[in-house]
Design a protein around this ligand. Structure first.
Ligand SMILES: *Cc1c(COP(=O)(O)O)cnc(C)c1O
Length: 394
């Protein structure tokens, strides 16, 4: 059997293709098969097995074959010691919060994160388990410093953030966390490992919703946490085995296939989004555009330091128009799809109206309602033409 030589020194695209893959020993197939079995053969005397263990193949909630292949590929892409893959991005987030916070602990959290992170940190963990949290606009690292307390155990940020596109300085905040003995976790979903590697800048844990860019095809849910083995083992034991957030082998296999083209796709997302953000900014009907690649954007200089290959495909923008005109604009679109999620092959847009409960946390220009727009892989000219004809109908 051929021996491949793929390691951390290989290029990103080579790692995306070959990482975690090997020839199947039984059939000689050059792709890993899907192993849907949820249980594995036991040894002659199983009596000394720890049924909560995560080492060898035992039961798929303790770790199955396809999960392990995907973990190998993702750890290789992030350059981290270990990775755990879970059922969804939110399972990955709750896995981090559950593993590293207990009653009485304090956490500092970016104020405008993915809604489930907000719900967990602002409501569920404080109300049910007595965790204390402070929400801050972490795009200003000074505000993080001011929010840290003696019992702060975790700082959690997202950069760029969903849905405000806020950008936080990972290096600066990692330094603050470590000065105070806290861990830093960074939700890297908007950037993907092609554009940004938080653990390279000092983050202890990187969270990815695999549902978005990493799978990239809008047909599977998944999540991952990456970092040093002792931290990941704790999440694996708690969130996967005992909270039950295991990913299905089929989804792990689909995502494994999706990642292969991540670098190609991200190059196109980066290019398309930059072009479209610049186009939108030039339109008199557009009130504002928030995109890290625009020089006019508040977080541009920090993004430039830490996003190595581009600024991703997601932006926020609004029209100089009322609530209903935003809905009418979407109803006129003929290429861009009216749906949530992001990082798919197709362009997706969602209108977040001015009644959003977190409005008070958003930057001023977001207050009348805004679009979160995930620029897809279609031809940029077609996306721009679609926006132009919809604007003309208003
Ligand atoms: C979508 C998303 C999540 C949640 O991922 P799921 O796979 O839908 O659970 C977490 N963080 C960010 C930034 C996201 O965009």
């Amino acid at each position: 059997m051929q021996i491949k030589n793929i390691d951390a020194m290989s290029g990103f695209a080579t790692r995306a293709i070959h990482g975690g893959n090997e020839t199947d020993k039984e059939t000689g197939a050059i792709r890993r098969p899907i192993t849907m079995a949820n249980s594995y053969e036991l040894p002659y005397d199983p009596s000394d097995i720890n049924w909560s263990s995560t080492g060898g193949n035992l039961y798929t909630r303790n770790g199955g074959a396809n999960q392990v292949y995907l973990q190998q590929k993702l750890a290789l892409l992030h350059g981290t010691e270990d990775c755990v893959v879970l059922a969804t991005g939110v399972a990955a987030l709750s896995g981090v919060f559950f593993a590293f916070l207990k009653s009485g602990d304090h956490a500092v959290v970016l104020d405008t994160t993915y809604i489930a992170a907000y719900r967990l940190m602002h409501e569920l963990l404080p109300e049910k388990y007595g965790v204390k949290t402070t929400l801050v606009d972490a795009s200003d690292a000074k505000k993080v410093r001011m929010a840290i307390k003696p019992d702060t155990k975790l700082i959690h940020i997202e950069t760029p953030a969903n849905p405000t596109i806020r950008v936080c300085d990972i290096r600066e905040i990692a330094k603050l966390a470590h000065e105070h003995g806290a861990l830093l976790s960074v939700d890297n979903t908007f950037a993907s490992p092609y554009n940004q590697l938080p653990c390279d800048y000092g983050a202890d844990l990187t969270v990815e919703s695999l549902t978005k860019y990493i799978n990239g095809h809008g047909d599977a849910l998944g999540g991952a946490v990456l970092g040093a083995k002792p931290l990941i083992d704790k999440i694996r034991a708690e969130a996967m085995v005992n909270l039950g957030g295991a990913i299905s082998p089929f989804n792990a296999w689909l995502i494994m296939r999706g990642v292969v083209t991540l670098p190609l796709r991200m190059r196109q997302h980066n290019k398309n989004a930059q072009k479209i953000a610049e186009f939108l900014e030039s339109q008199p009907q557009v009130k504002f555009v928030a995109y890290p690649g625009l020089e006019s954007f508040k977080g541009h200089n920090i993004a430039k330091k830490q996003m190595k290959n581009g600024y991703g495909g997601v932006m926020a923008f609004a029209l100089n128009a009322d609530h209903d005109a935003h809905n009418r604009f979407v109803s006129h679109l003929r290429v861009i799809t009216n749906a949530v999620s992001l990082g798919h092959d197709e362009s997706l847009i969602v209108f977040l109206g001015e009644n959003d409960e977190r409005q008070y946390l958003y930057p001023e220009e977001f207050h009348g309602g805004f679009f979160r727009f995930s620029v897809g892989l279609e031809d940029a000219e077609d996306i721009i033409a679609d926006i132009k004809q919809a604007l003309a109908k208003l």
